[in-house]
Design a protein around this ligand. Structure first.
Ligand SMILES: *[C@@H]1O[C@H](CO)[C@@H](O)[C@H](O)[C@H]1NC(C)=O
Ligand SMILES: *[C@@H]1O[C@H](CO)[C@@H](O)[C@H](O)[C@H]1NC(C)=O
Ligand SMILES: *[C@@H]1O[C@H](CO)[C@@H](O)[C@H](O)[C@H]1NC(C)=O
Ligand SMILES: *[C@@H]1O[C@H](CO)[C@@H](O)[C@H](O)[C@H]1NC(C)=O
Ligand SMILES: *[C@@H]1O[C@H](CO)[C@@H](O)[C@H](O)[C@H]1NC(C)=O
Ligand SMILES: *[C@@H]1O[C@H](CO)[C@@H](O)[C@H](O)[C@H]1NC(C)=O
Length: 376
């Protein structure tokens, strides 16, 4: 009985001294493989003991600090080399934990337990690791095609291909970004060849992300319809832009669709109709986690003949008419000449027969008389 009572008293005093930090658990979301700060603060005091624990029963030691030192012997191997405190901040009551290269297993509830000469306290942080899709972006500017992405891999492999194949001279730069990420940018001279498909492929940590760009030139006409997808793809999202202004966003997962008021009349069934403005229309589509398609439509004024072309056109038609006229005249002249000749020769023939019958034409007689002679 006495033992039970002392136990209860001990428990009560423990609860008394253990200050629960008021409020809910802090929520932290970090990109996969990035650096992450788990916040924890306490009233500054001396003889700080800091324990970061993880797990349902807070039984896994993530980081320990006392005697003004990190104590790595308690740390479970999974966190080895990935944790640190901001030691200069500890005297100021900051026991935030820096966790590097976060993975899916790191998701969950962390306990920050602090004990100082004054008091002790615990607080909780819930870490969520975001499936940060390494965003890949293709864009065209000033005859330059750019593919860019933010990566967790310091050495991503970026390559370009075209269909049909062509020679390319790409410049690729990798530079560190904030929070341990790396940006990769690659530029390419962009000739305005239409209907060439450009593909930018980035490989990093066994992941392959890909963006394709296709350019098509269309002329503005009444029945012009721009469509970038013939079928709906599960989990895909779609964005239409006009000269960088968003016309529409659509997400298959949520069925959420948002069309800008200005474009409402021009939009149906994920296609654009009745367009009346020239410019660049882009349909960008995320078809799966690692695939991105950009379809770029350059809509131009319908081709009208420029004045010089009209001029030369007129010249050519006049020339053609003249040539035809000349041919017709030549034909007519030839026909008349032929007809005349025929008439003439017929008349001569008639005359010749007539004179031979009369026997008065002496000039013709030898020719015509000879057979008579032989006959008689
Ligand atoms: C603790 O220190 C880190 C690193 O300087 C800082 O990012 C964080 O905001 C600090 N937290 C508080 C509560 O001051
Ligand atoms: C992150 O962890 C993975 C797997 O443990 C490792 O392959 C990778 O090199 C680490 N990245 C960094 C930047 O430390
Ligand atoms: C893609 O890159 C272009 C040019 O750098 C930029 O203007 C545009 O905002 C980017 N788009 C996205 C979705 O990041
Ligand atoms: C779509 O997303 C859901 C939830 O994220 C996932 O379970 C499913 O496998 C995905 N389907 C496809 C076809 O990618
Ligand atoms: C997403 O696309 C699939 C495949 O076409 C379709 O069956 C499904 O209804 C779409 N989901 C929503 C929410 O529209
Ligand atoms: C294009 O159409 C929209 C709406 O249909 C209209 O408000 C706008 O004035 C038109 N623009 C031109 C240049 O015709």
């Amino acid at each position: 009985m006495a033992l039970k009572r002392t136990m209860l008293l001990l428990l009560l005093t423990l609860q008394w001294t253990l200050r629960q930090v008021k409020g809910q658990d802090s929520q932290v979301t970090c990109p996969f493989r990035a650096e992450c700060i788990l916040p924890c603060s306490f009233p500054p005091s001396i003889e700080e003991i800091i324990h970061w624990h993880f797990g349902l029963n807070t039984d896994q030691t993530v980081h320990t600090y006392y005697h003004k030192k990190d104590q790595f012997k308690f740390q479970i191997p999974r966190y080895s080399g990935r944790t640190s405190l901001f030691s200069s901040q500890i005297p100021r009551g900051n026991a935030s934990l820096l966790l590097r290269n976060v993975t899916w297993e790191d998701q969950g509830r962390y306990q920050c337990y602090i004990s100082t000469k004054q008091a002790s306290q615990e607080s909780f942080v819930v870490l969520t690791v975001k499936d940060e899709i390494p965003r890949v972006n293709i864009s065209v500017k000033d005859h330059e095609l750019m593919c860019s992405s933010t990566q967790t891999d310091p050495n991503p492999q970026l390559s370009w291909t075209t269909d049909p194949p062509s020679d390319m001279n790409a410049k690729t730069v990798i530079s560190p970004e904030s929070s341990g990420l790396f940006s990769v940018k690659s530029t390419l001279d962009f000739n305005k060849k239409q209907d060439t498909i450009y593909t930018c492929t980035i490989r990093s940590e066994g992941l392959e992300i890909r963006a394709t760009l296709k350019q098509t030139v269309k002329s503005l006409q009444q029945d012009l319809i721009l469509t970038c997808t013939d079928k709906e793809v599960i989990n895909s999202s779609l964005t239409w832009t006009f000269n960088d202004d968003i016309i529409l966003t659509y997400d298959n997962r949520t069925s959420h669709q948002k069309v800008s008021d200005q474009w409402r009349d021009h939009f149906s069934k994920r296609s654009l109709h009745n367009l009346n403005r020239t410019g660049t229309y882009v349909c960008s589509r995320q078809t799966s986690v690692h695939r991105m398609d950009y379809v770029l439509f350059r809509v131009e004024e319908p081709l009208t003949e420029s004045p010089s072309e009209v001029h030369s056109g007129v010249k050519w038609s006049i020339l053609a008419v003249l040539i035809i006229l000349i041919i017709i005249i030549i034909i007519i002249i030839s026909i008349t000449v032929l007809v005349r000749r025929l008439k003439k020769s017929k008349a001569q023939d008639n005359r010749a027969t007539r004179t031979s019958n009369n026997g008065t034409n002496l000039e013709m007689s030898p020719l015509h008389r000879e057979p008579e002679k032989t006959l008689s």
